[in-house]
Ligand binder design. Sequence first.
Ligand SMILES: [Zn+2]
Length: 298
Amino acid sequence: MERETLVTLLIMTSGGLILQLLAGWARRQPSGVDPAARERQAWRALCRPAVPILVCAAWFIGWALLEPDPVRDPLDPYVVVSLWLPFGVLFARAVVRALWSLVREPPECGVSTFGLLQPQVAFSPFLARRLDEPVIHAALAHERAHARHRDPLRIWLAQLITDLQWPWPQAQRRLSEWLEALELARDEEARREGVDGTDLAAAMLASVRYVSDLTPRQRTSLGGTQFAHARLVGDPDSLRSRVSQLLKPLAPASEAAPAAAVGLRRPLVLTLVVLLAVMALGAAFGQLIIRPLLALTT
Ligand SMILES: [Zn+2]
């Protein structure tokens, strides 16, 4: 069997199996009143179940670097079909949905931030005509906060991680909790830049009214849960709590937790270092696990 094919099968089967086992674990509710800290906590809870796939992939790739190609002991076709097929279908479904979210026509939602690598803010001129200048400024501040944190990319990754745990409802709940915490954190960030909470609340309500005035076909396109952009109004069900939060006085900066580091650079570098270490371990000790595994399945 081709070495790359075998590694792909091993990653999908072992990573997918562990991911499914972890997906249903009881989660800790994000706690604390500081929106930025709550958002980080919810993000970590969402990403944690995906760690085994990355670790498995690094280990198997490290092992494959020193393995002759093709691999000597081919897998039994029955084992391939029975073990790999369910996870292959799961991975294929997640990847297709992730790609679809990138190529589909973006729904009209008034104000949004799109672009995975270079996020940009889109502001409908039809909506802007209805708003006063401070309200437009408030909406733009919220969206620019999304762009600074590369939230379209994070939302896209979060959807992919959630889809890999399909059909567990716990995974969908982790995604919903993070999206809700994300919007509250960006509202807070915009207010710390000097935006008035009432102006931001007015922008959100105007955005909801704008979307409700769209044609039924445009409204239908908003119904899908798969998307790769951030919006001013995320989940309409959380609108009431967001508006009530915006009307409260802003906590003094000294009482709030330190601001989150902008961007994904630090966690990405840390993850890369850990994965390289796992890859080195896989190259050194991969035979000890993989050879007996292959012997069992041939
Ligand atoms: Zn938003």
